[in-house]
Design a protein around this ligand. Structure first.
Ligand code: ACO
Length: 333
């Protein structure tokens, strides 16, 4: 394909789907597990409840449910998909990848499938990868799934983290579009600060042992306070890097759909962007908490379902997470 053709090709989201486990865990329920209160959680985070997957429900199950809905929403069949990308930090197991398990459960064997580990920025990175593969002509339709069973890596004795996380999945089918589509993508990472949010054991550095289990090293650990400041800074920066090359200002964006980590982070980002959070910030953190990569995928799906995103709108996806990683995408709907 000639370079001009690649540049001219418009890639967009042509189908969306979500899946949330049935079980709701409210702040009042968590009051019975750790020393916390509904008031503290609501005020400090904006979260009222989160969904928790069944014990026998795996990340690939959540992913497949969201994927089926996204494929149907795109008016396609699983066999129309050319590539599967799953963004997750809570895979069913280390290997095979969750994407391969999803491929098998969707009965579309032989198409390529792989996982990406980008934590909360995973949906944005997945869309960025898919866009390039479609632009190059390698694949026509790509399924990007963001799925997490965060409850499986949550330390239910640590009140500073267990109140934050939830389970869920969102999926998007990407393909060529005639109008609009993805206008700009900005990705970033800072591996030197990876220790601020990590699951220390279970990998090659600290393989699973009785000692790692006893020390609770197979759970997520977070320096929330330091991360908070980074999150505000890099999410605002990412928004600027994605919008500035297009000559867009806060006013030109119809809706910002951010990763839902903390309502105070999002209000601070909106302030830096000069947008009215009431009008232009999509929030569903109260219902689901932080679902890592799945948060922005579910938020986008719900924003479209609720007609908060209309044809012709310019929207901004913006995320920040472990790695550290971050990214923003501008899409004309
Ligand atoms: N209930 C009651 N008190 C609590 C709780 C709780 N659940 N958790 C912490 N506290 C206490 C602390 O012990 C501390 O008490 P002290 O002052 O007596 O020491 C006090 O509340 C304040 O604690 P902070 O950590 O300073 O609280 P903060 O206002 O920073 O809120 C939070 C904590 C919600 C974690 C916030 O820092 C945050 O949201 N950080 C960013 C998270 C994030 O963006 N993560 C990245 C994405 S996630 C991913 O990639 C998977």
């Amino acid at each position: 394909m000639f370079k001009e053709e690649i540049l001219e090709k418009k890639v967009g989201i042509i189908g969306l789907g979500k899946y949330l486990p049935e079980k709701r865990l409210t702040n009042k329920d968590i009051e019975k597990i750790v020393d916390t209160t509904d008031e503290w959680i609501t005020e400090r985070t904006g979260i009222k409840e989160r969904r928790i997957a069944r014990e026998d429900e795996t990340t690939s199950d959540l992913a497949v449910n969201a994927a089926k809905r996204a494929i149907e929403n795109a008016k396609l069949k699983p066999e129309d998909i050319g590539l599967i990308i799953v963004a997750t930090i809570t895979p069913d197991m280390f290997f095979p990848s969750t994407a391969c398990i999803v491929q098998s459960k969707l009965n579309v064997n032989h198409i390529p499938a792989f996982d990406i580990s980008v934590a909360c920025s995973g949906f944005i990175y997945g869309i960025a990868i898919a866009e390039q593969f479609i632009k190059s002509g390698a694949y026509k339709h790509i399924l990007v799934i963001a799925a997490e069973k965060m409850s499986s890596v949550t330390d239910w004795t640590d009140r500073s983290t267990c109140v934050l996380m939830g389970d869920g999945a969102g999926a998007a089918v990407l393909g060529e579009v005639e109008e609009g589509g993805i206008l700009s993508i900005y990705l970033g990472a800072d591996g030197s600060k990876g220790n601020l949010l990590e699951m220390p054991a279970g990998g090659s550095r600290l393989p699973a042992s009785a000692s790692t289990v006893e020390k609770r090293l197979h759970f997520l650990r977070m320096e929330g306070n330091i991360l908070f400041k980074h999150a505000v800074k890099v999410m605002a920066e990412a928004a600027l890097k994605a919008t500035e090359p297009l000559g867009l200002k806060g006013d030109d964006i119809n809706l910002v759909i951010p990763h839902q980590a903390n309502i105070r982070i999002l209000n601070a980002v909106a302030k830096r962007m000069g947008i009215d959070p009431e009008e232009k910030l999509y929030l569903n953190i109260d219902k689901y908490g932080n679902m890592s990569s799945a948060s922005s995928a579910v938020a986008l799906t719900e924003a479209v379902e609720q007609h908060r995103v209309k044809k012709g709108d310019t929207i901004l996806l913006d995320a920040f997470g472990a790695g550290l990683t971050w990214g923003a995408i501008v899409i004309k709907w």
